[in-house]
Ligand binder design. Structure first.
Ligand code: SAH
Length: 604
């Protein structure tokens, strides 16, 4: 499994055999390294350490972003106390009790990712996450991780004061002029944020610009929307580039954290100073050929430059090109020239309408089973908890509501809009979010998995970015079978009677083949308001090959509150209600009923 916690790399520490047993599978799933005392036998599955944990921990501390302890909380507190410095850099600390019933997010809850890590562990162990932060209790996204899914960067601010105001349920005003507003759409009905005109309340400032200094408490988030277009004389040192950027950013009151990346002419792809600048600041570097830059309308074209490199603009045109790849672009700083000795830098800045997220997005195609939470695999539950966004049909989203966490983007679409659902999920994943697309049952059986992969294929997807993982679920036929006994013990098949995407002739052909081949048969989508005859046709086809007494189970809304199960026969089946929430199980020629159980013999 690939659940990368935001706190990665991860270390886990256990000192008793029982907790080693609890942590081993967990570490495998989370990709954590397990450390245990060297009194345990050596193994490839963990690392042993000599002596005391209090001597080991300071060595591990700088290497890992998160720690999972299976130790008494008191012991953990004493161990980590001398190592803690501040919440911006402290690792995530999670503590598991010996029986694996509770997971305490002890420290580094927000920025360290311990809350999220504890939720993940709790899903895996079917334990209760103990999260004591105030935002969690108010069902709000935490202020200091608000922009993380969108790749925003934290700027200056008094995070403690504004978070405290939110915890005290005071109003806080939000001033946002760039970056996604999706987070605003998914707040609980009661929340402290005000989006109207400026007031005297504490402030959350979300912008590519620096906030003006104010009397009140304030925090700043900077979405990465600024694209620097840079041209330079060959050999220009990094220091001059750095100075040009710094000066311009300051002059225009922009936030350096809002810089998304650097763009230039392809001739500059190996320009050392530019490359070094990008490496140092961890910025993507995009280059464009002259013929791509040439037609871009710019305020300051230069005939001299055109003569030299084939495009009248490098800085302005490349900034605009790079920003345009992220929505629409506007040039907010036109060409500036900086000279020193024989060197020169030109710099322009364009602002994109959509922020750049420095992550490869993921699509998790998740089967949520027939309805009840307990029937969702722990892997699928973990994917749902971990996702930035969950997309699905409203009925299924309601069923998994208890798994949703504050701040998640939840988008529901009517059942008919399956293509739109796929396209939206793909767009969010291409942007860089972790997106879960949910189907009931198994997502690869008359579900969303195929649709999503087909859409990706149409878009020329490279198979890797966004990454895709499919999480199986218990499909309706399995759930229904389990409720009535063991009707699927021998060869069986599923046939959907929906003729929306399949021609009727094909459905009839398959019904005939299944009846003749003596498959136990599950009919999905058996009867809709408009399509009422096909189920009767199916019955006639099966009656040609099977006895009228053949057991049939009509299982409706299995594992949901309104579950109903009718056991009948092939001859009688149409005398009972059948609808789109029903799956019809038709026995083979050997299936029989004993008491209220259906049995298909394992052998003949
Ligand atoms: N992906 C789903 C199937 C979707 S097709 C799965 O694997 O189960 C929709 C059809 O599935 C419904 O018309 C019904 O026939 C069946 N179905 C889905 N959930 C069901 C449930 N809880 N109880 C009974 N039938 C169900």
């Amino acid at each position: 499994m690939t659940f990368f916690s935001d706190a990665s790399p991860l270390a886990a520490i256990a000192v008793t055999p029982q907790s080693v047993q609890t942590l081993l599978p967990l570490c495998r799933n989370l990709g954590a390294v397990l450390y245990i005392p060297d009194s345990f036998p050596a193994s490839d599955h963990y690392r042993t350490y000599p002596g005391y944990l209090r001597d080991l921990l300071p060595q591990l501390w700088p290497e890992y972003s998160g720690f999972i302890f299976a130790l008494a909380t008191g012991a953990v507190v004493r161990l980590i106390a001398p190592l803690l410095s501040d919440k911006q850099t402290d690792p995530a600390i999670a503590v598991i009790d010996p029986q694996g019933k509770f997971v305490i997010s002890l420290c580094g809850g927000h920025q360290g990712g311990a809350d999220q890590l504890s939720r993940l562990i709790a899903q895996q162990l079917q334990a209760i996450p103990v999260l004591t932060g105030a935002a969690q209790a108010l069902q709000l996204p935490a202020l200091d991780t608000l922009g993380d899914p969108f790749g925003w960067r934290r700027g200056a601010g008094d995070w403690t004061a504004v978070s405290a105001a939110i915890a005290a349920q005071k109003k806080v005003q939000v001033i946002q002029d760039s970056g996604s507003r999706l987070w605003q759409d998914h707040l609980p009905t009661v929340h402290p944020f005000g989006f109207a005109e400026e007031t005297a309340e504490d402030q959350v400032w979300i912008s590519a610009r620096q906030a003006p200094t104010v009397e009140i408490s304030q925090v700043q988030w900077h979405p990465r929307v600024l694209w620097l277009g840079i041209g330079c004389v060959r050999g220009t040192p990094q220091a001059l580039i750095q100075q040009a950027v710094q000066t311009t950013i300051d002059d225009y009151n922009l936030a350096p954290q809002a810089i998304a990346g650097v763009a230039s002419l392809d001739l500059k792809a190996d320009e050392e100073g530019l490359l070094a600048y990008c490496t140092e600041h961890n910025l993507p570097f995009k280059t464009y050929p002259a013929q791509v830059l040439k037609p871009v309308p710019v305020p300051n074209p230069s005939p001299v430059v055109a003569e030299e490199v084939g495009t009248p603009s490098v800085a302005e045109a490349s900034a605009l090109m790079a920003a345009q790849a992220h929505g629409s672009a506007s040039l907010i700083v036109s060409k500036q020239i900086f000279k020193q000795d024989d060197y020169a830098v030109t710099l322009a800045i364009a602002e994109a309408s959509q922020e750049y997220i420095d992550k490869v997005g993921t699509l998790w195609l998740v089967g949520t089973g027939p309805g009840e939470l307990a029937q969702i695999t722990p892997a699928a539950q973990t994917a749902l908890v971990n996702a930035d966004a969950i997309i699905g049909y409203s009925l299924y989203l309601d069923l998994i509501q208890p798994l949703q966490r504050p701040g998640q983007i939840i988008e529901s679409f009517p059942i008919t809009q399956e293509r739109q659902r796929c396209q939206r999920a793909i767009a969010l994943a291409e942007w860089g979010l972790k997106v879960a697309v949910v189907s009931s049952g198994d997502c690869g059986i008359y579900g969303m998995a195929g649709l999503v992969l087909e859409e990706l294929e149409k878009k020329g997807w490279d198979g890797q970015s966004p990454t895709v993982e499919v999480f199986p679920g218990i499909t309706a036929l399995q759930a229904a079978a389990a409720k009535v006994g063991a009707p699927l013990m021998h060869d069986f098949c599923a046939i959907s009677l929906s003729d929306l995407l399949t021609p009727q002739a094909k459905i009839l052909q398959r019904l005939t083949a299944a009846a003749q081949a003596d498959f136990v048969t599950a009919l999905y989508n058996p009867k809709s308001q408009k399509r009422t005859e096909l189920i009767a046709t199916a019955q006639r086809i099966f009656l040609e090959c099977r006895s009228p007494q053949t057991p049939v189970a009509l299982v409706r809304s299995v594992y949901r509150e309104d579950e109903s199960i009718v056991q009948t026969t092939l001859a009688e089946m149409l005398h009972h209600p059948i609808d789109m929430l029903t799956v019809v199980l038709i026995g083979n020629t050997t299936t029989y009923q004993y008491k209220h159980w259906l049995i298909t013999p394992r052998g003949y």
